[in-house]
Design a protein around this ligand. Structure first.
Ligand SMILES: NC(=O)c1ccc[n+]([C@@H]2O[C@H](COP(=O)([O-])OP(=O)(O)OC[C@H]3O[C@@H](n4cnc5c(N)ncnc54)[C@H](OP(=O)(O)O)[C@@H]3O)[C@@H](O)[C@H]2O)c1
Length: 341
């Protein structure tokens, strides 16, 4: 495994990490989650990602049970969770129930959400605490103070954002610096062959200016980049789950079909490299030096084993091969235009 510094910090995270979205609770019980996490851990993965909203808190409970069952040293783990949607499962089935203060990034929800997440995980602290989305109704200053507070209490070690605009991250960072508070260190954005703008263009100045690290999500675009959807939706995939029907247009719309066609053009490259499409797509994410860690997801241990091999594939991605992939993808973010030519 390769370990990368998380932005401008002294913390090292495995270049490939593992997260609980969709799978823990909805597709996997504790035993299956244990198999996946152990496979990742044995491959050198030290970072495990979660969120209070995943399966209405059950994903954190399952992960906590896995930690206890595995008995790994806390020092060898980097554990994260994310706050924004703190509701609970509707006992009458389907959806979530929210009290008026269960959502967002108020000081109240950050303090209460952190305490509840730690209880579910069975941990004294998380290493990384993310603001899962921007809260347009809470002053960013209140959120910065609240994150500083939970860190000072020892309940989290670093904090960051997920899917915030570069401008909002910069505002939080500048406010924290001015007030001598702990600034955000990392962002958790979507990044894959089909979704590139934020990581490659919008955040570009922040890597150097504020030392932003990135823990990127959905490296396989929810599995589309594995090629598994070319003949429709397999029964045992996330797109077939009733609660995730909203994902289906990602493969069934015209834009979805165009993506699937592009994936087929990537097949010869994977074949020549002697790897799977999933490994190629993950390796491509790893080839970006601004990515601190690629958070992989899997619904079974065999997928984890396959995905963890992507590191070896990344080492074989030459500049020429990356250029060939660019030609196929045809979606390189333009960045700012240089008028000098
Ligand atoms: N911050 C955020 O807003 C946010 C949002 C989403 C995710 N995340 C984090 O990022 C993590 C990864 O995201 P993701 O799960 O969407 O990642 P992904 O890599 O895009 O999709 C993972 C899914 O693809 C399928 N898959 C994985 N490996 C495969 C393989 N080798 N062959 C065939 N199918 C394979 C599995 O689904 P099936 O077997 O069901 O097809 C698996 O659950 C999450 O667990 C979460 O921690 C964060």
């Amino acid at each position: 495994m390769e370990y990368r510094f998380l932005g401008r910090s002294g913390l090292k995270v495995s270049a490939l990490s593992f997260g609980a979205w969709v799978t823990f609770g909805d597709q996997m019980n504790v035993d299956a989650a244990y198999e996946c996490m152990k496979t990742a851990y044995d491959a050198g993965c030290n970072f495990f990602d979660n969120a209070e909203v995943y399966a209405a808190g059950r994903a954190e409970t399952i992960m906590g049970e896995v930690f206890r069952k595995a008995g790994w040293r806390r020092e060898d783990l980097v554990v994260s969770t994310k706050l924004f949607w703190g509701g609970r499962a509707n006992p009458e089935g389907g959806g979530y129930l929210y009290g008026v203060n269960d959502r967002g990034l108020s000081r109240k929800h950050i303090v209460e959400g952190t305490n509840a997440a730690l209880q579910r995980l069975g941990l004294d602290y998380v290493d990384l605490l993310f603001c899962h989305r921007p809260d347009l109704d809470t002053p960013v200053e209140e959120t910065v103070w609240a994150m500083n507070h939970v860190i000072q209490q020892g309940k989290a070690l670093y904090w960051g954002t997920s899917e915030w605009s570069a401008a909002r991250i910069r505002r939080a960072y500048d406010f924290a610096r001015r007030e001598h508070l702990i600034p955000p260190l990392m962002e958790q954005p979507q990044y894959n062959m089909f979704h590139r703008d934020r990581v490659e263009s919008e955040y570009a100045p922040l890597y150097e200016e504020i030392g932003l690290g990135t823990t990127i999500w959905s490296p396989l675009a929810s599995g589309i980049l594995t090629g598994k959807y070319k003949d429709g939706i397999p029964d045992n995939s996330r797109m077939a789950l009733a609660d995730y029907a909203w994902l289906r247009p990602e493969v069934e719309s015209e834009a979805g079909r165009a993506k699937i066609a592009k994936v087929q053009h990537l097949e010869p490259i994977a074949r020549d490299l002697g790897c799977t499409l999933a490994q190629l797509a993950i390796a491509w994410c790893l080839s970006n030096d601004d990515v601190s860690t690629v958070i992989t997801g899997a619904s079974r241990a065999s997928q984890v084993s396959e995905n963890m091999e992507a590191l070896a594939v990344a080492e074989r991605l030459t500049p020429d091969l990356l250029e060939t992939i660019e030609t196929i993808l045809d979606n390189r973010p333009r960045g700012e235009h240089n008028w000098r030519g």
